[in-house]
Design a protein around this ligand. Structure first.
Ligand code: PA5
Length: 449
């Protein structure tokens, strides 16, 4: 089971820069209000909590047919529609494409160089394309979909539609209209689920199953966290303690940057996924905490200096793993060199865990607040736990700050602006707005070399 260690946030450990029990007790009522909002489902977007009970049989059947008939699985999506699948793949199937088929590509941009590279690798006859867009209206994903459709159609003609699976909401969007007109295979993301909370919906689960990851294990982990976190007592509810500690560090101690630092290569993307969740959900009405992706030990050699001596504006969130599942012993070679002799005989497990521990000790010793989320091992069950824990924490923090953690008005504006820029019917307002500010805001000062 996931565990939370938050002692290094408290004044008992890090002195006056830490939180007091009184500070936490002072937000008890606010936390209870957040608890009621969540448990009484006062927001329809809390529907992500229902995902733990979904029936995965259709997803499994489609994934089986993809595995049998494809050498390439290309997921087109952006934001929440791509970050979650990327996290699952990297965490649970490292270097997947070097060892297994179908090769999986997750493409989340409109950079022509990358798309060109993907097109030159895949064989259309052996490719399944999974278009994932919760809203069904995102220009980047739709443009890539159109490119892939044409690319496959040129080779396969009327067979093309068999190579597509579209994952979107059941009610509206351009993509929904395409599904209906062309009768394309599809999976649904319930309308109330917000993009960045959709990882445990078919948006993430189809790719998981294609990669041979049991989606039920992801859901089982998430479900156990949802159950554990129904407890209204804040000292017994890890989501509330985690959220309250970060809320207080932001609102009372001026620490508005949260560094997410898993000690695992496999969780590098989890840091990125967390960043979207935190930034898009909490950055509103002048509030928000800037998320900062990191990975240990790698970023000890890049960021640690700043955390130790830079501005006092951060909280470091570690993710530790007890057992990495595999181990390697540093062999006894070059033992005539002192610095190498000392490494011999240690396991990589010992080294990475030791480095995490030492970093934590030093940070705490110099009064830099930090917390640890610990998981026993990196498997689908515990990744499911991390997903739900962080999603629930996001909702809770949003309620503590008094912002809506489920909307993203400026992301939507950006989406509309793309269509405005293209002069799409119905987007004249956006087009005019862009035109009207062009003459004021321009890259008028530049250096030409
Ligand atoms: O959280 C959100 O809603 C957004 O960041 C979306 O994930 C992102 O914009 C992609 O949207 P869609 O899945 O609708 O294409």
């Amino acid at each position: 089971m996931l565990e939370l260690k938050f002692g290094n946030m408290m004044e008992e450990v890090i002195g006056e820069k830490g939180l007091s029990v009184r500070q936490i007790e002072n937000v008890r009522e606010k936390a209870f209000e957040a608890h009621k909002q969540i448990q009484e489902r006062r927001w329809k977007e809390l529907a992500f909590l229902d995902l733990v009970n979904q029936d995965t049989s259709e997803i499994k059947a489609i994934a089986k047919s993809v595995r049998e008939n494809s050498d390439y699985f290309l997921l087109l999506g952006i934001g929440g529609s791509a970050m979650g699948p990327k996290t699952i793949l990297e965490a649970l199937k490292p270097y997947y494409n070097f060892v297994t088929n179908p090769k999986i590509f997750i493409y989340d941009n409109i950079d022509p160089r990358t798309l060109y590279a993907i097109l030159s690798i895949i064989d259309p006859a052996r490719t399944t394309v999974n278009v994932v867009t919760k809203s069904g209206n995102t220009a980047e994903t739709i443009a890539s979909f159109m490119v892939l459709w044409k690319h496959i159609e040129k080779k396969l003609g009327s067979e093309t539609l068999k190579h597509f699976i579209i994952t979107t909401n059941p009610d509206d969007g351009i993509i929904r209209a395409v599904i209906e007109k062309y009768n394309i295979r599809s999976l649904s993301i319930a309308s109330d689920i917000v993009g960045r909370y959709s990882v445990l919906s078919p948006a993430g689960l189809l790719m998981a199953e294609v990669a041979g990851i049991d989606s039920n294990e992801l859901l089982r982990g998430a479900s156990d966290i949802a159950e554990k976190c129904k407890n209204p007592e804040l000292w017994e509810n890890p989501v509330y303690l985690f959220s309250i500690a970060l809320y207080l560090m932001s609102s009372e101690e001026g620490r508005n940057i949260n560094v997410m630092m898993p000690y695992a290569d496999g969780l590098r993307h989890l840091s990125e996924w967390f960043c979207q969740l935190w930034a898009e959900s909490l950055g509103k009405l002048g509030f928000g905490i800037t998320p900062y992706p990191s990975v240990g030990t790698t970023d000890q050699h890049s960021q640690l200096q700043l955390w130790m001596e830079g501005p006092e504006d951060k909280v470091i969130i570690f993710i530790n793993i007890d057992d990495y599942g595999k181990d390697i012993i540093v062999p006894e070679v070059f033992s005539e060199f002192e610095g190498m002799k000392n490494l011999s005989g240690h396991t990589m497990n010992d080294l990475i865990k030791g480095a995490a521990e030492t970093t934590k000790l030093v940070l705490s010793c110099y009064a830099k607040p930090n917390m640890t989320l610990g998981i026993p091992t990196l498997d689908a069950y515990h990744i499911g736990q991390l997903f739900l824990f962080l999603e629930l924490s996001t909702a809770c923090l949003g309620f503590l700050f008094g912002v809506n953690p489920f909307n993203q008005p400026w992301v939507e504006t950006g989406k509309k602006n793309i269509y405005g820029m293209l002069g799409r019917t119905g987007f004249q307002k956006e087009m005019q707005e862009i035109e009207s500010i062009k003459h004021i805001i321009q890259d008028s000062v530049c250096w030409r070399l």
